[in-house]
Design a protein around this ligand. Sequence first.
Ligand SMILES: Cc1ncc(COP(=O)(O)O)c(C=O)c1O
Length: 432
Amino acid sequence: MIATNIGTNELNHLTFAGMDTVDLAKEYGTPVYLMDEARIRENVRTYRKALSEAFSGRADIFYAGKACAFTELYRILTEEGAGIDVVSRGELFTARKAGYPVNKACFHGNNKTDEDLRCAVSSGVGYICVDSMDELLALEKICAEMSERQAILIRVTPGIDPHTYEAVSTGKVDSKFGNAIATGQAEEIIRKALTMRHLNLKGIHCHVGSQVFAEDVFERAADVMLRFMADMREKTGRTLEVLDLGGGYGVRYTEDDPVLSIPEKIREVAAAVKAACDELDFPVPYIYLEPGRSIVADAGMTLYTVGSVKRIPGYRSYVSVDGGMSDNPRYALYRSRYTVFSAGEVEARETERFSVVGRLCESGDILQENVPLPCDIRRGDTLAVCTTGAYNYAMASLYNRLPRPPIVMLRDGTSRVVVRRETLANVADLDV
Ligand SMILES: Cc1ncc(COP(=O)(O)O)c(C=O)c1O
């Protein structure tokens, strides 16, 4: 199996976090997002322990809530003591609703509005990661008006291509995010930030991309960023103390994806950071990573019910399900791969290849193509799409006014609804 929390039981049913997914589909209806609480906690702990060990206690995570954000998740993160990265007032509001201590949060985004900035400052977020000169000037003005002094990071683009898909690669020079070292804009904004009376420049941040497996991407990013920090020290006399290397480690969606050992990866980054710091005679900064996907992806699974099964002789066969791109737009957006099972017949005697499609009025509404499923798959069967914890619920839409599925959290053989299913009344709630 692609993850250790997925298995089969004596009925040949798919299990997730030790629970029978066919039973869960019956109990909660479909489509439904399942989440494995133990796996979320385990992933958070793996990162935090490895960072602490590799950097002698001077490193932590900001969990990137863009991957998945809801109140119970922030409660779990509060209990785990992890930092968070938020990119909107909506995420910040959700974290605060959960009682999350937002002084451990970093507020990101390439176009924060004045209201976002005011809200972040008045809420007391730990850092605001400033994305542009425009924003720097706006934030200084806002902090002056509020008589506040805000700790900031500056987003820098190190110009590294992580060899992932163009659509999810944001660390190159030509990007709507950040300030490039190569164009001199990173230096310019650092110099300016140091003159701001209401801003306390603590360090720099980069994010080179997502679903990254390539060998040394984070090491190369760390090296470029540290050289830039040393250069800034020489030019301005100021030693920046924080280096945030962003998120991006890849997860296993299919058997073809490699297994990444996060502790090993972190040890490699630590070795690169220490080597660069030694060479540059620069103090090792406090390090942050911002994992999103690798915290929640394998803690998620989506269950659907099969509707029509259609075979077009000489072309292909389709299995339609009762959700689709409105609850998981990732195949439509990036051709993302997933592992799909017939939850009630995991090991089938005879299989056939199907395109698994949704029920939305869009030919691109495909969840996955070329999926081996039992030949006798039929209306009413339960289908499971694995590894849907990241960027599924978070990207869900109301397209076709299909109510969004609930999230059911699994823990120690029990289940509970942590986000309710949208109702038809909810769908028209805001209409006047
Ligand atoms: C600034 C920043 N940090 C962290 C992340 C999380 O990345 P991932 O979910 O791939 O770990 C992203 C994702 O786009 C991001 O833009």
